[in-house]
Ligand binder design. Structure first.
Ligand code: NI
Length: 165
């Protein structure tokens, strides 16, 4: 396993559409392990292929509240979106910022797991938000494209501890 470099906003790879995974290979299997390790090291709750420079339809999620988890989604297909939720979002590819995004409250998704076995699941709340955010990455969309109002520069929120620059 290895930590991979997380691509940052401005890198054109984040704006490309991913290709599906045809079969599980050693290479893809290692990629998935690395994606989990990279996500945990960066303290994120989700990470998609393009964020580590791989244009494949894969993302991993661990929002810490679902069972069983963590999850890997391969070739995901969103089958249903219902309701609405509005909340703060961030992205490991846009460090130091957050923004308010409105998404569906409920999602039904079909995908393949690390054994290329198909599964279907329904999610709500934070888990549903993460699925929609990560799925967007597979189509070159970032949450900053969907933000309500302005992005928040997180460094300005710590004004009490600010040092002069
Ligand atoms: Ni992201």
């Amino acid at each position: 396993m290895a930590i991979r470099e997380i691509r940052k906003e401005g890198d054109p790879i984040l704006r490309k559409e991913c290709r599906p995974v045809k079969e599980m290979t050693e290479r893809i299997s290692t990629l998935i392990e690395d994606m989990f390790e990279t996500m945990y090291e960066a303290e994120g709750v989700g990470l998609a292929g393009p964020q580590v420079g791989i244009l494949r339809k894969i993302f991993v999620i661990d929002v810490g509240i679902e069972e069983p988890e963590p999850y890997v989604f391969i070739n995901p297909e969103i089958l249903e979106l219902e309701g609405e939720q509005t909340g703060q979002e961030g992205c490991l590819s846009v460090p130091g910022y957050s923004g308010e995004v409105t998404r569906a409250e409920h999602v039904r998704v079909r995908a393949f797991d690390a054994n290329m076995e198909e599964f279907e699941l329904e999610a709500d709340g934070l888990f549903a938000r993460a699925i929609q955010h990560e799925n967007d990455h597979l189509y070159g969309t970032l949450y900053i494209d969907k933000v309500n109002g302005e992005l928040i520069d997180l460094s300005t929120l710590e004004s009490g501890e600010d040092e002069e620059e």
